[in-house]
Design a protein. Structure first.
Length: 291
């Protein structure tokens, strides 16, 4: 070759090209999360949950938010600390995803090997020190209808009752049903017990329901001789064709903060019959007030 400079450039290009083909590409390991389970202690009610997504962190670095079930590629090798945070749809709103502040995160060590898949079923528990009020409708009803209410809560059992996932419980003896006769259009009932809810701490209501008609969950705050009432959430039908049970987490924290001088709080459930849903059927179970 007559041009030595061109020869040097060609040699450098060939060396670099070979190094590109010889370079080992980093291969991912895989992490599969099938579900995120809740374990409950005494007096904490049912273990029903609706953890729809999980936030994953590895060695303190957030990997991302993943819908369950999930199989996640992970560029990691060797033993790493993995943290899983339970994500719920606050107030039943699909765009309002939050890490549920009453559930603990789950931490474990995972030995990652490229192209291998590790199956993890994380579990969570409620934080210690929380207060619980639970209504499981097993033999009585701790909601009281108002004088204006035309409908009433009754107990139903067998195939109409919620199938409780709590270990050691086969189904549930009974659930509640909002009974409205054909000429009745309005239902209103609130907790017989009043609550002293803390200002500045998370306060949530949990509820299992199956409905073909919208209904409302709200809260009442009593301040001396005055009171504040707020329809917190309109809960949409879970199905209009069959009985489908769903779980909802309702945030009461802001309502408590807005009424920080209140001495008593009650939770209520309300239904106004709509012409769009002529034959309302609403089933309720596992109501929890947690703070």
């Amino acid at each position: 070759m007559n041009n030595p400079f061109l020869f040097i450039l060609l040699t450098a290009f060939l060396v670099n090209s070979c190094s590109l083909f010889d370079r080992n590409e980093e291969l991912p390991a895989f992490l599969t999360i099938s579900e995120f389970d809740l374990e409950v202690g005494p007096f904490q009610g049912s273990s029903s949950s609706n953890i729809t997504e999980v936030m994953v962190s590895i060695d303190g670095n957030t990997l991302g938010l993943f819908e369950l079930p999930a199989t996640i590629p992970v560029l990691a090798n060797g033993t790493k600390e993995v943290l899983f945070s339970a994500i719920i749809k606050q107030n039943g709103v699909s765009t309002d995803r939050v890490s549920y502040p009453l559930y603990r995160s789950f931490t474990t060590e995972v030995n990652f090997t490229p192209l291998d898949t590790t199956l993890i079923v994380p579990t969570t528990t409620y934080f210690e020190g929380l207060e619980f009020w639970t209504e499981e409708f097993t033999s009585s009803i701790d909601f009281e209808e108002s004088e204006a209410s035309e409908g009433r809560l009754i107990l139903v059992s067998e195939e109409l009752a919620f199938d409780d996932p709590t270990p050691g419980i086969s189904g549930n003896p009974s659930s509640a049903f909002i009974e409205l006769d054909s000429e009745e259009n309005y239902f209103f009932a609130e907790t017989e017990e009043s609550f002293e809810l803390p200002f500045g701490q998370p306060v949530f209501v949990e509820l299992d329901y199956a409905s073909n008609h919208p209904f409302t969950l709200g809260a009442r705050a009593s301040v001396q001789t005055a009171e504040a009432i707020d329809d917190l959430v309109i809960i949409l039908p879970s199905s209009q064709t069959e009985q489908v049970w769903k779980k909802i987490y309702i945030n009461v924290t802001n309502f408590v903060a807005e009424n920080s001088g209140a001495t008593e709080f009650e939770i209520y459930i309300k239904l106004n019959r709509s012409d769009s849903y002529p034959d309302p059927e609403v089933y309720l179970d596992n109501v929890k007030v947690i703070y």
